[in-house]
Ligand binder design. Structure first.
Ligand SMILES: Nc1nc2c(ncn2[C@@H]2O[C@H](COP(=O)(O)OP(=O)(O)OP(=O)(O)O)[C@@H](O)[C@H]2O)c(=O)[nH]1
Length: 395
């Protein structure tokens, strides 16, 4: 079990969000805050027309544009090189000092491989740490984008913070419905409304495990396990028919989605609607992308064996790696008095971190999962089998 010293690594935030959802507007507004002056920005532009960097260049001297492809697929190696390069230039004094990096992805990017890159590359991992994922969602068009584009659901599902943009032009009832839907997709991520990118940077950054203010890990804020529990009280995580999406709203998981048919957003679907779309029938659509997202928390009373946990993770990743969008957890392992923090995205796991102390008196293991179609009824028996032997996991 290796350990990292998070304090010396520069925080990297990934800014994602659907096409035109307001990433660049947000970035520009953020960079105007004095506290954001020492920020380097990496922008990935895909396609021939890329003006974002011209806009952002005014605000940040530390700006790198990667323009040869999409950061989520072909550009992973380049992201690694770009960040390494940036770090070396900083060391050599060739760029102004910076102590934070924001990577803005293209609107179509799948954020998971980018997060992989951040946590999997050993050189990057030594110099940078993933602070968090900020996703922009367009208050005016987000509802239909979530309906139409699975990547926009994924962008919301993996986020640590969601910024709801264009609230100045959206219908308030539609904004509320969208907020509820986002809360159902990602219970732990605060949804922060922002018109024209006006949002306090403190609300978006320092979302990671490490708390720069206290210089210690802030597990409670990072894990936000209670958010998943609240959802479960409303029915989340108890979806025992997890393979059967045809029954949509009969399931507890669908809490929050019901609100979709209360509000007046039919006009938004218009030209985006597919052949199956009947506007007001969206709630019957078995293929709604967020109906596939599962977010739940497992709490385990007894200390667990580390090797059993590793076996469990290997089995889960082998079987369903692509569908495990995010896992975070604090573990009470038999082998250690102190807690171990784990953090994974799809196939990749961040090296576990052993904390120096328990954050509070609650020494139970807690694992939160955000998955695609892999519900608690699938994961819990696997967990029992590999980790607990005869023990039991309780939600
Ligand atoms: N009214 C209003 N317009 C906004 C807001 N945020 C962004 N816009 C506008 O929406 C359009 C797209 O915003 P961008 O910031 O370029 O969005 P983006 O996500 O960077 O776009 P891509 O890089 O193309 O994916 C621009 O015309 C912005 O001026 C907002 O809060 N209110």
């Amino acid at each position: 079990m290796s350990e990292h010293a998070p304090a010396i690594r520069l925080p990297v935030s990934v800014l994602t969000g659907f096409l035109g959802s307001g990433k660049t507007t947000l970035l520009q507004a953020l960079l105007r805050h004095p506290g954001m002056a020492r920020t380097a920005v990496v922008i990935n532009e895909f396609g021939e027309v890329g003006l974002d960097h011209l806009l952002v260049a005014k605000a940040s001297e530390n700006m790198v544009v990667m323009d040869s492809g999409c950061v989520c697929c072909t550009m992973r190696g380049d992201l690694v090189n770009t960040l390494r390069d940036l770090f070396l230039k900083r060391v050599r004094g060739e760029v102004p000092e910076f102590d934070r990096v924001i990577v803005e992805t293209t609107g179509l990017a799948d954020p998971a491989p980018i997060i992989h890159t951040m946590i999997a590359d050993p050189l990057l991992a030594a110099r940078f740490r993933l602070d968090g994922v900020v996703s922009t969602v367009d208050a005016a068009h987000g509802m239909s984008q979530l309906d139409q584009h699975p990547e926009s659901v994924k962008q919301a599902a993996v986020a640590d913070r969601i910024v709801l943009t264009k609230t100045d032009v959206a219908v308030p009832t539609a904004t509320l419905a969208l907020m509820k839907r986002l809360e159902a997709i990602n219970p732990a991520a605060p949804v922060i409304p922002a018109a024209h990118g006006q949002v306090d940077p403190d609300a978006l950054f320092n979302a990671g495990l490490y708390n720069p203010a206290t210089k210690s890990p802030d597990v409670a804020r990072w894990l936000k396990e209670e958010a998943y529990r609240d959802e479960q009280q409303h029915g989340h995580g108890h979806d025992h028919h997890h393979h059967d999406h045809d029954h949509g709203h009969e399931h507890g998981h669908e809490h929050g989605h019901d609100h979709d048919h209360d509000h007046d957003h039919d006009h938004e679907y218009g030209e985006h609607c597919g052949p199956d779309c009947g506007h007001e029938h969206h709630h019957h659509d078995a293929n709604r992308h967020d109906d596939h997202i599962r977010a739940f928390c497992m709490v385990v009373d007894e200390p667990i064996r580390w090797n059993g946990f590793v076996d469990f993770m290997e089995a889960l990743i082998t079987l369903r790696g692509a569908d495990i969008l995010r896992i975070k957890g604090i573990l009470n392992v038999v082998e250690s008095e102190m807690p171990v923090v784990v953090h994974g995205v799809q196939h990749m796991f961040h090296p576990p971190v052993r904390l120096e102390a328990w954050p509070d008196d609650d020494h139970r293991s807690k694992l939160v999962f955000i998955t695609r179609d892999v519900g608690q009824p699938v994961i819990e028996p696997m967990f029992r089998q590999f980790v607990q032997g005869e023990g039991s996991a309780t939600a």
